[in-house]
Design a protein around this ligand. Structure first.
Ligand code: GDG
Length: 464
């Protein structure tokens, strides 16, 4: 039987029946039919990792994982993936650090993944790899002799050639992406930037979505990711009765709730958002005492220096805003650096009058879609959305702002707070229609159709 093999850095092994799923799992859930294999890192470090993956079967899906060595993990994950590629792909050249040793570790982990997966591959398998940790994986799997269809989806943005050139191994990365048969991006802009890089940096020939390099063709297209909108909507409806959500609603005492939910990451524009919240009270003092801003911000990648600095900065800004604007019976900013259960999030979005999604750069941003899906039709909240989130390409009825401009964010919050119900409903209906159309299921189906149609057309997949 032809199987789909999903490959990603981390593998979300279900711990028990009905265990909660992360973003990638939710997006790929429809693919997780019996027979599917999900391969990647176990999350464990060991001195002498085995090539043979450890296998866990759950509901017909095979989860296959390998351990990594501590030294290579550091260079691969903390170094090249999150210290080099993540800042580069989020347009933060000033934060990019490059060390050849890290890149070597990145290549060796990709090689290890390919060698290990090879031990369990069958000739008619289809392989779909995910995200910036696995750019060279296709080349290495081909070196292992695999000839089946190989797809890749980049969850984060891509950059134009002038920016990619700053990376000493930028050309290698583009060439490695070209070794896939199909590469999916969140937006047309990212797909075009990649094709431009292939043309300008490697001399590839580009025709429409097709890129031809060294006698073989591949396709680079936009396939925006989505959420399980109906499932999330129902979860939000149920969560209105969650005791914590009810307590939060009660504690607002009739004030409006603005909500932000982000991994603690410098790409999410959090200091600017906090700053903007203070500006709201300066520019529109009538909102003092009338609003609470709740920011949920689970800590992330704390091994990377820049993330530790961000945490200190957010602690400082929280103190400054609350010190400056609090009154004895009103604390304007509630900030939690811990993760909340998914159902609680759904309920909090639903009682939110404003959803604040203001990244400086973001592949898509699922929080924007979750906020929309969670709203009620009768009394919907307003989404304030960065023009630099992939989601802004679709969700044009949100209040679109430039996240580098705190005054613009403050004015959008003001606009949201005074927006009459008919306008809120009209905007919400338009947004809802889109979020319920471009779902996770649609995203998966589009990708698999495109990958399998490349197979059917027998376009040369392997360089001569
Ligand atoms: C990458 C790209 C792209 C957040 N806090 C909690 C929590 N979350 C959940 C959200 C959402 C997910 O995590 C975050 O997804 P985003 O899309 O917002 O951002 P990244 O993590 O940066 O994801 C991004 C995405 O991949 C998918 O392709 O959209 O552009 O950067 O689902 O709800 N979940 C729980 N507790 C929290 O405290 N349970």
């Amino acid at each position: 039987m032809a199987r789909v093999i999903i490959v990603s850095n981390r593998v979300p092994i279900p711990k028990s029946r009905g265990a909660s799923a992360g973003g990638l799992t939710v997006a790929l859930r429809d693919l997780l039919t019996p027979g599917t294999v999900w391969f990647g890192w176990s999350g464990r470090l060991s001195a002498d990792p085995s090539l043979q993956p450890a296998i866990v079967e759950a509901r017909g899906v095979t989860y296959a994982t390998i351990d990594l060595k501590a030294e290579t993990y550091r260079g691969f994950y903390v170094g090249f993936a999150n210290g080099t590629l993540w800042p580069l792909l989020h347009f933060r050249l000033g934060l990019m650090q490059y060390r050849q040793e890290d890149y070597d570790d990145y290549l060796s982990v990709n090689r290890l993944f390919a060698e290990s997966l090879r031990t369990m591959l069958q000739p008619d398998d289809t392989v779909w790899a995910h995200d910036y940790h696995l750019v060279p994986f296709a080349r290495m799997l081909r070196q292992q002799g695999f000839r089946g269809p190989l797809g890749f989806f980049l969850h984060v943005p891509f950059v134009p050639p002038s920016m990619l050139e700053a990376l000493p191994v930028g050309r290698e990365l583009v060439a490695d992406l070209c070794a896939y048969d199909l590469v999916g991006f969140q937006t047309e802009e990212h797909a075009r930037d990649f094709r431009d890089c292939a043309q300008r940096l490697l001399g590839a020939t580009v025709r429409g979505e097709w890129v031809r390099l060294n006698g073989r063709s591949m396709r680079a297209f936009a396939d925006p990711i989505g959420i399980d909108a109906e499932g999330f909507h129902q979860e939000a409806q149920r969560a209105e009765n969650d005791s914590l959500v009810k307590r939060v609603a009660g504690s607002l005492a009739g004030r409006a709730l603005a909500i932000g939910v982000d991994r603690m990451d410098y790409s999410k524009g959090l200091p600017q958002r906090f700053e903007a919240y203070g500006r709201l009270f300066e520019r529109h003092p009538e909102h003092r005492r009338q609003v609470h801003f709740l920011q949920i911000c689970p800590r992330s990648r704390e091994e990377v220096d820049e993330y530790r600095k961000l945490r200190i900065e957010l602690d400082r800004l929280t103190g400054r805003i609350n010190g400056r604007f609090s009154e004895f019976d009103w604390t304007p900013l509630r900030y939690s650096a811990r993760a909340a259960p998914r159902s609680t999030l759904a309920g909090l979005y639903r009682i939110g009058r404003i959803g604040l999604v203001t990244p400086l750069r973001d592949g898509m941003n699922l929080v924007a879609k979750e906020f929309v899906a969670a709203q009620s039709d009768e009394d919907p909240g307003v989404l304030v959305l960065s023009q630099f989130a992939g989601a802004a390409q679709e969700l044009t009825e949100a209040l679109i702002i430039n996240p580098f401009d705190p005054d613009a964010i403050a004015d959008a919050m003001h606009h949201a707070l005074i927006m009459p119900a008919p306008e809120r409903k009209e905007r919400h209906q338009a947004l809802k229609e889109k979020v319920f159309r471009t779902t996770a299921q649609a995203y998966c189906a589009r990708f698999m159709d495109a990958l399998l149609s490349i197979k059917a057309q027998s376009i040369p997949r392997v360089a001569a």
